[in-house]
Design a protein around this ligand. Structure first.
Ligand code: GLP
Length: 263
């Protein structure tokens, strides 16, 4: 696992956006795995800016989102499909038909989960998956105890996650307790993964991800087994890492090596 520790949330968004932009430049029809939550918002704004300035085009790219609330149609303001339209898709040139979010209103959710995994596979697999992380170490909606090789399926949310996400719902509004989420195995099939985390509320989850045991009690720890997983985190999220200075040292050495190879 590569660990990139940056000064603040702004630097995390810039770094993450650059990884995506480079991927699209190198492979214009790349398949992106996308995430919701507040963490990727600044990154999405940077992608929109890059599109507007003519630096990049998403015309041939395809996307698959990690998860969706079960019971919410895509035009519901709290649905993740709606979130993606509002915060990214409506502002870039990606073809609407090339964007995929699990169907929260599927008549048969179990079948829809299988079909989602099949579609990812027939599209060629995910080139670059973007992740956030929950305070309890969840990725997508894979809550603690999720199988480390699980596929896209219906998952029940923990009370902690429901509480964390309650801020997006009105007091009397229906807040689903079920979701459809890519499984940890589905996520792990991606060719490259970047996980963004900012703020001190994520510091314990980041410590468990990097320095804890590989364990279903911290679903993000599965990334320890991925060949190309990069954590892009700010100082606050890195604060509980026991070997933080060593990770920074590794990164400096990596950068030096890359520079010397360029010359
Ligand atoms: C939700 C999403 C996750 C996201 C997490 C953290 O539970 N399903 O994909 O990583 O929230 O969100 P935030 O970035 O708002 O802390």
């Amino acid at each position: 696992m590569q660990i990139v520790i940056l000064e603040n949330a702004e630097a995390v968004a810039t770094h993450g956006a650059n990884v995506i932009i480079q991927k699209i430049k190198q492979k214009p029809d790349a398949v992106l795995g996308l995430a919701t939550g507040s963490t990727p918002l600044a990154l999405y704004r940077k992608l929109i800016e890059a599109k507007r300035s003519g630096d990049v085009s998403f015309l041939r790219s395809r996307s698959f989102n990690l998860d969706e609330y079960l019971g919410l149609p895509g035009d519901h303001p709290q649905s993740y499909r709606y979130f993606m339209q509002e915060n990214l898709f409506n502002h870039i040139d990606i073809e609407p038909g090339n964007t995929h979010v699990p169907p929260g209103n599927a008549a048969n959710p179990l079948k829809a989960c299988e079909e989602y995994d099949e579609l990812i596979e027939t599209t060629g697999g995910i080139d670059l998956q973007l992740l956030g992380i929950g305070r309890n170490g969840h990725i997508g909606f894979n809550e603690p105890s999720s199988g480390l090789t699980s596929r896209t399926r219906v998952k029940t949310l923990t009370p902690a996650t429901i509480e964390d996400n309650a801020r997006f719902f009105g007091a009397d509004e229906f807040q689903p307790h079920l979701s459809i989420t890519m499984g940890i195995g589905t996520i792990m099939d991606s060719r490259k993964i970047i996980l963004l985390a900012t703020g001190d509320s994520k510091a314990d989850a980041i410590r468990a991800t990097v320095e804890g045991p590989l364990s279903a009690s911290c679903p993000a720890s599965a990334l320890q087994m991925h060949k190309k997983a990069v954590l892009i985190i700010d100082e606050a999220a890195a604060a509980h890492l026991e070997h933080k200075e060593f990770y920074k040292h590794i990164e400096r050495e990596n950068q030096k090596l890359l520079q010397s190879l360029k010359q």
